[in-house]
Write a protein that binds this ligand. Structure first.
Ligand SMILES: [Zn+2]
Ligand SMILES: [Zn+2]
Length: 348
């Protein structure tokens, strides 16, 4: 395939692939850049470069256009192209990504932190550096969980149940309530100022509000928890948190906080088919955990979890909150997702 040349707007300080002098220093946008192989050349040097593009240093991550087999479906109204298969090019080691890397664009970015992709997005980062990191990243398996929610009081029909998938964590109680209040504010028409810092302050305010209002007090009287079919006695708590990864509420490693003294509990792993379950006493306890001044109340580890919610309360899965009416939900192992871990900066 030939190079796909774009004229002008070259990256800063790039050198010509032929004469090794800086490109785009002349006035006007005269020089050329191939968007596949990333080579830059002066207008005068362009004829000396091979006509054929080898796709450059990212070629093991590129599916070249000639490999796409598409069907062209014509109807009277519009033309549609359907991708029907990919014909592998004859490049050694060609293995386009079927695994997932993460760019941290959210507020908490817990999974991104765990897999070494950072706690926040750096807008000045060159996308080519990200591709470089992806090339050096290693594969890792991540447990994926199915959450089946069956509401009480319905007709008992299967259609009334809902199925969710969980990768990070699930919680019922005060931390979900804080997330829900934040979520509702963000959806409102009065919310017009969005920044990461402002969002953090807003979270803090809703957290403090719960110290006073205690919407989830006596949660232990309104909920039943079963770990591997065994009912667990709950102390006076305001939240139950079920963890798959060692990061919750923007970077808090709940399970490992003060774990040394508890020999009966095993280590946390993101691919051992087990979940870790902890309880939080209050919104104030949550704030203490966020600054590392306390530890959670450990309830245990399990491969299968059942929760009965007797009185409506807030709930969240992977940071998506809602108000849940009385129900029973089951968490069961589903399968493993293959992810990429940035081995330089990983925390696991
Ligand atoms: Zn090229
Ligand atoms: Zn040149």
């Amino acid at each position: 395939m030939k190079h796909h040349w774009i004229k002008g707007n070259l990256p800063l300080n790039v050198m010509c692939d032929i004469c090794n002098e800086e490109c785009d220093v002349e006035p006007g946008q005269t020089d050329w850049w191939c968007c596949w192989c990333q080579r830059c050349v002066h207008d005068n040097c362009k004829s000396k470069l091979s006509k054929i593009c080898d796709f450059g240093k990212f070629r093991l991550m590129i599916i070249p256009p000639s490999s796409l087999e598409v069907i062209n479906l014509r109807s009277t109204v519009r033309r549609r192209l359907y991708l029907c298969s990919i014909i592998p090019p004859s490049w050694p080691q060609w293995n386009p990504l079927i695994v997932v890397a993460i760019i941290p664009l959210g507020t908490g970015n817990d999974l991104s932190r765990v897999l070494g992709w950072g706690k926040e997005h750096d807008p000045n980062k060159d996308p080519r550096d990200i591709l470089q990191e992806i090339q050096l990243a290693q594969k890792i398996e991540l447990d994926r969980w199915t959450v089946t929610v069956k509401p009480y009081g319905g007709l008992g029909l299967r259609s009334s149940q809902q199925v969710f998938y969980m990768y990070n964590y699930l919680s019922v109680g005060v931390d979900a309530q804080v997330t829900l209040n934040f979520h509702r504010t963000r959806e409102s028409r009065f919310y017009f100022y969005s920044s990461r810092l402002f969002n953090k302050l807003l979270y803090l305010c809703f957290g403090m509000q719960q110290v006073v209002e205690r919407d989830c007090k006596n949660l232990n009287k309104n909920i039943e928890l079963y770990l591997d079919d065994e009912k667990v006695d709950l102390p006076s708590i305001e939240s139950i948190v079920i963890l798959n990864i060692p990061s919750w509420a923007a970077g808090v490693d709940l399970w490992n906080m003060g774990l040394e003294g508890y020999e009966k509990y095993g280590k946390q792993s993101i691919n051992d088919g087990k979940l870790e379950v902890v309880a939080l006493y209050s919104s104030f306890h949550m704030a203490q955990l966020q600054v590392g001044l306390s530890q959670p109340y450990r309830l245990g580890q399990a491969s299968s979890i059942k929760v009965k919610i007797i009185k409506s309360c807030a709930m969240q899965i992977d940071g998506e909150p809602w108000y849940q009416h009385p129900c029973e939900f089951n968490i069961k192992y589903c399968n493993k997702a293959t992810m990429l871990v940035n081995t330089d900066k990983k925390t696991i």
